[in-house]
Design a protein around this ligand. Structure first.
Ligand code: URA
Length: 190
């Protein structure tokens, strides 16, 4: 199975109620064999309309921040979400919806085979790192599971809302850059 084949199957998904209300399913974007993967919570309005992850204000802010550490979704990372369809009114995706969508995210991660996964916000961190993850206390920390290094940073929407969180995220991104340099320096080679 290739990533393109997985996406073609996923595009038809009706495994949960979010499939009833989506305009477009948002599978993911970026480099298909990237060493670094960013995972958010779920598509918002702009993403639902365009079928692409993180293309609204938060996504543009994220792209600007990541450029500072030489990360570019066209060159060296892949980006997706825990749930592939927009939750109505941007509510948090429910546990059952997240669980249903893991049947797409799991093989997606296996096919991309990243060395580092960065969770964007609390929901992604609770789903992928540990269920009691506390973003205010544990952002920027590195967790290793099955040969993959995980880190969570504040969600870009939270950073837009609360500029006082930005210095912490700047430190987290510097830590991420160091992690990349030690685990997969080839990210910066090409
Ligand atoms: N917020 C997310 O978590 N994901 C997106 O794709 C857009 C906004």
């Amino acid at each position: 199975m290739t990533l393109t084949e997985l996406e073609a199957q996923c595009q038809k998904c009706k495994n949960c109620v979010l499939g009833e209300t989506r305009t477009n399913l948002v599978f993911g974007a970026g480099v298909p064999n990237a060493r670094v993967m960013f995972i958010g919570e779920g598509p918002g309005e702009n993403e639902d309309l365009q079928g692409q992850p993180f293309v609204g204000r938060g996504g543009q802010f994220l792209d600007t921040m990541l450029k500072i550490i030489n990360l570019d979704r066209c060159k060296n990372f892949y980006i997706t979400n825990i749930v592939k369809c927009r939750p109505p009114k941007n509510r948090d995706p429910q546990e059952s919806e997240r669980a249903a969508c893991m049947s797409w995210l799991r093989p997606q991660i296996e096919l991309i085979s990243p060395k580092i996964i960065v969770c964007l916000g609390r929901i992604a961190a609770m789903t992928l790192i540990k269920s009691d993850f506390k973003i205010t206390r544990e952002h920027g920390q590195v967790f290793e599971k099955d040969g993959i290094y995980y880190m969570a940073i504040y969600h870009p929407a939270a950073l837009l809302r609360d500029p006082y969180k930005r210095p912490d995220t700047f430190e987290d991104l510097k830590a991420l850059q160091e992690l990349i340099n030690s685990v997969c320096p080839e990210v910066y080679a090409g």
